[in-house]
Design a protein around this ligand. Structure first.
Ligand SMILES: [Zn+2]
Length: 426
């Protein structure tokens, strides 16, 4: 962790500032703390492999004891949740090698991590809506500067979308240490990960951020009321919300059924959580249509209660910033890759046609197709890409003829060393 993170870090329980306990074991270099113990007025927390662990669950307590004993490697293994000695050794060896990719590490974890459909994440319908909302709202409120936080951001897929918008490195907060560790190394290099529990008060100072978001996770939070009030505390701008924004995107709706349902509320139930500010709630299907149609992403709409009740997933935006509830043009596809341009791993090479390679859309499973099949609205069944255009992509350029395929997510900008399926192209 960066030493400067102490400016925004607070104990989740007593609210006081934290400091490195220099009498305990620690490894620090320049402005980075790798291992050590942080103390507040009520307790102590470990920094494990550069990540502050700001909760007191059993693994965190055990990891703190191991850091105190100077056993950094075992502390990390405990935070990874790797109880099996053989798996732990395999993961440690892989991390130390130059061969490691996001994918090989997830595979080495086996049952100890929920890998899911991460390979396809950057093109799934939930992601493309979350991404467009984050770029529009964060892009608006962070224009004069300020910091972003992605709460319950998992492996940092959307944190990556905040890297160039947040003045200081965006914070990625999540309970799952392995996921934020993977995010810092692969998905969103340069983000500042903090391990904390979304069901407890958040370990940050009032007003530390101008933009706070929680995507595809809020329905799994039990203490929703505390969470929302705390999210608003984090973005308290002293101007009643005219300079900051809180966004909860892709939260399920109690009025409809969805896979991985969680414990969702009704649209009105969500609205009631905010108390001090009237949030706007938008149905995700409306935003999805905006994105598929090439924009603008129209946040000026006011949905009827009846329309909201029919939506499987909702986006909730709380702000008084005058620039947020307007139509936002979609950004043009990037000219250069943040990571590396690849053919979407949902495509498999199926043949050749003249000087082109032909690709077919192929879903990894029926479950995937059921949950994310709406991607057919922007991903064609079959696509032919000229070989010389593929070579240009591999060299990091998008030839003009492929810019539409990039917009449609047939071409994706994946993090470096992310890993591709056997049949895909990297
Ligand atoms: Zn404390």
């Amino acid at each position: 962790m960066k030493v400067s993170t102490f400016e925004i870090l607070r104990c989740p329980y007593c609210g006081s500032r934290l400091d490195l306990v220099t009498s305990s074991y620690h490894e620090a270099q320049g402005d980075e703390i790798q291992q050590g113990i942080l103390g507040c007025q009520c307790c102590v927390f470990p920094v494990v492999d550069g990540i502050p662990v700001m909760h007191l669950q059993p693994a965190a307590v055990r990891a703190r004891e191991l850091v105190e004993q100077g056993d950094a490697l075992r502390a990390r293994r405990v935070m990874f949740g790797l109880e099996d000695e053989a798996v732990g050794e395999r993961v440690d060896a892989l991390i130390a090698s130059s061969e490691a990719t996001y994918r090989t590490i997830v595979e080495a974890f086996g049952e100890y991590i929920e890998g899911g459909y991460f390979l396809y994440r950057f093109a799934d319908p939930t992601y493309i809506v979350g991404h467009a909302v984050a770029r529009a709202v964060a892009g608006t409120v962070l224009k004069p500067g300020g910091r972003a936080i992605d709460i319950c951001g998992g492996s940092g897929h959307l944190t990556r979308a905040l890297m160039d918008l947040s003045t200081a490195a965006p914070v990625l907060a999540d309970l799952y240490f392995a996921k934020i560790w993977l995010a810092r190394r692969f998905t969103a290099p340069g983000c500042e990960p903090v391990c904390c529990d979304g069901n407890s008060p958040m370990p940050f100072a009032r007003g530390a951020f101008r933009y706070a978001m929680c995507s595809d996770a809020f329905m799994y939070i039990w203490t929703k009321r505390q969470f929302v009030q705390d999210m608003l505390r984090l973005i308290d701008d002293g101007a009643g919300g005219r300079e900051s924004a809180a966004v909860i995107s892709h939260t399920h709706n109690q009025c409809t059924w969805t896979p991985s349902h969680g414990q969702p509320l009704t649209p009105d139930g969500y609205r009631n959580l905010f108390e001090t500010i009237e949030p706007r709630i938008v149905g995700e299907s409306v935003l999805f249509a905006d994105v598929v149609n090439g924009g603008p992403l129209d946040l000026s709409r006011q949905a009827t209660e009846q329309a909201l009740r029919a939506e499987p997933a909702l986006t909730i935006i709380a702000t008084r910033h005058p620039g947020v509830f307007v139509p936002h043009p979609l950004e043009p596809p990037p000219a250069s890759a943040q990571g590396e341009f690849c053919v979407n791993p949902l495509y498999v090479e199926s043949g050749a046609s003249g000087r082109s390679v032909v690709f077919q859309l192929r879903f990894p499973s029926e479950d995937y197709e059921q949950e994310y099949g709406a991607c057919r609205q922007y991903l064609p069944e079959e696509v032919a890409i000229p070989r010389d255009a593929l070579s240009a992509l591999a060299a990091g350029r998008v030839p003009g003829e492929l810019s539409d395929l990039l917009r449609r997510r047939v071409i994706v900008d994946l993090p470096r060393r992310y890993g591709a399926p056997e049949a895909g192209i990297t």
